[in-house]
Design a protein around this ligand. Structure first.
Ligand SMILES: *Cc1c(COP(=O)(O)O)cnc(C)c1O
Length: 662
């Protein structure tokens, strides 16, 4: 081993030097700027004009787009904290939803004008994506001018839709598995003047719809969901194909047409629907599925159905990583999406001499993902770097310790590869020797300290040496900091855990300062999955294992934001370790400042406990009885008992997340 260590590294190659290598540290500090942070975190790519970094080095939000009014997210967070609103906090910007609604409708209007298309656009928002009442109300309000409707995927969702929307001409689309009650409710809502279309997702539903319609002497509006053969792509690809959960096969569709014809209701078949999955990364999948879907439309039309609408489902993607070419991104713009849908439909329908259908989209993610940001504070950092070695090993120490001492002293640019291999071997051996009872706990601790001292020295050298990227990467992973953060992955970004979805994470302040730490995030839960260890890399589109963050200093608040969390996360979030809903606020900008439209307090401990059948009064009573017994025994004073009960009651009324000491 020692022999190998002394052997020299081959002559240095003259290859290009990596970005971290040649510039002296001091100089890099001088040249850091908010622009560099913007580049590092890719915010101008995924921010979509809603998020950027201002000259103060803070994240700024411009909900109506880059030229609209702006608010400094860090100042806003401070203001909210001053009002007693707590971190972690979900900050929602309803004006972003307004901007998304206008954008999507504008794209279809432009595509219609450019192509001379004769149909209309009737977007619907599938409320499963985020059912929060304030949000759905805002969507309905902003969508009024566009006759935007809502989609329900279940009976409870239909009940929400009926209560929240009566926009004239807007569609109510009923998807999902249906029972008799769901169908009765949907058909009766037509009698209230609602434009409710019941989409047949399973063939059994068709007979029920017809029976209910006869019972009420109604002409139902029916849709068929077709199972397409064309596959989507990306994470939610299973929504299409012959084995997908929902929809009718071609055989079932033909039988359904026969059935409706016999019932004298074929004119009631007004809509053809399909859905190939969420977050479709490539425009090619959207086009090829549409070509197949549109054929169903033209064929059904020729068979005599009263078709008026083609409903192309959801799937319009969001650019989470800003790369334009990964599963977390999209390789098309919303205008291309609209153009392609319009032109494919126009060509096919013109060919067959069929009127242009009205186009329905069920975009959810696209409309709401951008509007909410989760802001949380860092509570502490586990920093493994060790700039000073432990006491030197001597001749009387175990040979593994002497070996490590040797590596520490001798490592240089020329022998770095050998030293790296020796270091990894020493680490293995240390653990074995400890397990076999050879090394004491003190000796193991020394080896551990020395390992990190060597790694700290070595990574610096490796960064300044050509062709050492693999060493930098390996040691970088070993040495990276853990930033302990005041939030729950399971409650606030469950898809990050469940399906490995990437969300942009970025500090919301200090962005004029160079972030020098490589880190991962750990949440409050006791679950080793409660971490974020995959981060966006805008340049490559490949996820990174760490994120660059600023030095954390005890006593100084450091705030991070997880962005684009408006779609799916809130409702999929769960109560792992009893961390409940976070505080949420709705913020509107008014040109001079901002207003807090709504403050939705997060769950109290009592509320979360009630979901698992704990009653506050019984809990307090039980602890009070215990204190009484202890007062009798003399093991607690009355004052101490009083304080304990006070803490207990305050705890039950408090936030489930960590709060600042008074
Ligand atoms: C979930 C879902 C949507 C929404 O998809 P997004 O990708 O969020 O736009 C639309 N339609 C159906 C049938 C769905 O199940």
């Amino acid at each position: 081993m020692l022999q190998a260590r002394r052997s020299e590294r081959g002559p240095l190659t003259t290859q290009s030097i990596g970005p971290f290598s040649s510039v002296p540290r001091g100089e890099r500090e001088m040249t850091w700027s908010p622009e560099k942070s913007a580049e590092l975190y890719g915010i101008n790519n995924w921010g979509n004009g809603y998020f950027r970094i201002n000259s103060a080095g803070n994240v700024a939000v411009t909900p109506m787009g880059a030229t609209g009014p702006t608010v400094d997210l860090h100042e806003l967070t401070q203001d909210l904290l001053d009002r007693g609103i707590r971190v972690p906090i979900m900050i929602r910007f309803p004006e972003i939803i307004k901007s998304r609604v206008e954008l999507l409708n504008g794209c279809f209007q432009k595509a219609f004008a450019d192509h001379g298309y004769k149909g209309q656009y009737r977007g619907v928002y599938p409320i499963k994506v985020n059912q929060q009442r304030h949000l759905v109300q805002e969507l309905v309000k902003y969508g009024k001018d566009y006759s935007m409707g809502l989609e329900a995927g279940s009976k409870p969702e239909l009940l929400v839709v009926l209560a929240l929307m009566n926009t004239p001409d807007a569609l109510i689309i009923c998807n999902g598995f249906k029972d008799w009650e769901y169908i009765e409710t949907a058909i009766l809502s037509q009698k209230l003047g609602r434009n409710t279309i019941i989409v047949v997702d399973r063939k059994e539903e068709l007979k029920m719809i017809v029976d209910v319609a006869k019972k009420f002497n109604a002409r139902p509006k029916i849709g068929f969901r077709a199972k397409l053969n064309t596959q989507g792509a990306g994470k939610w690809v299973d929504s299409s194909g012959a084995r997908s959960k929902f929809g009718l096969t071609s055989t079932e569709i033909v039988e359904g047409v026969e059935f409706l014809k016999n019932e004298g209701m074929l004119d009631c078949l007004e809509l053809l629907h399909y859905h190939i999955g969420s977050q479709v990364p490539q425009i090619q999948s959207i086009k090829s599925s549409l070509k197949e879907g549109a054929r169903f439309y033209t064929e059904l039309y020729k068979m005599g159905a009263g078709l008026k609408y083609i409903d192309v489902g959801g799937g319009l993607g969001v650019d989470y990583d800003g790369s334009g070419h990964s599963d977390s991104s999209v390789n098309y713009s919303e205008q291309e999406y609209a153009n392609d849908i319009v032109s494919v439909l126009q060509t096919l329908c013109d060919e067959k001499g069929i009127p242009h259908p009205n186009i329905v989209t069920e975009s959810g993610r696209f409309l709401v993902a951008h509007h909410s940001v989760l802001v949380f504070n860092v509570m502490g950092v586990n920093d493994l770097h060790r700039h000073e070695p432990p006491r030197p090993a001597t001749k009387t120490d175990h040979s593994i310790m002497q070996d490590m001492q040797y590596i520490f002293e001798k490592v240089n640019k020329d022998n770095i590869n050998e030293c790296f291999n020796d270091l990894e071997q020493a680490k293995q051996e240390t653990l074995q020797l400890f397990t076999y009872g050879v090394l004491s706990l003190e000796q193991r601790a020394w080896c551990e300290s020395m390992y990190f001292a060597i790694a700290t020295k070595m990574i610096k050298l490796a960064r300044a040496t050509p062709d050492c990227e693999d060493i930098v990467a390996a040691l970088g992973k070993e040495l990276c900091d853990t930033y302990f953060s005041n939030f729950s992955v399971f409650q606030s970004v469950p898809d990050s855990w469940a399906v490995g979805q990437l969300f942009p994470v970025i500090p919301i302040h200090r962005l004029g300062e160079e972030p020098k730490r490589e880190a991962t995030l750990a949440d409050l839960t006791c679950d080793s999955d409660g971490v974020i260890e995959k981060f966006i890399d805008t340049a490559s589109g490949e996820p990174k294992e760490t994120i660059r963050l600023h030095q954390f200093t005890e006593g100084q608040q450091y705030y991070l934001g997880v962005f684009l969390t408006g779609a799916y996360q809130e409702i999929l979030g769960d109560l792992h370790n009893l961390f409940g809903d976070t505080d949420a606020v709705h913020i509107s900008l008014n040109g001079v400042g901002y207003t807090i439209d709504h403050y939705v307090p997060g769950d109290t401990v009592t509320e979360v406990l009630s979901y698992v059948q704990y009653g506050r009064s019984e809990m307090v009573d039980s602890v009070r009885q215990a204190t009484e017994e202890s007062i009798q025994k003399g093991s607690i004073t009355k004052q101490e008992a009083k304080l304990l009960i006070k803490h207990y009651e305050e705890g039950l009324s408090g936030y489930t997340y960590l709060e600042e000491a008074e």
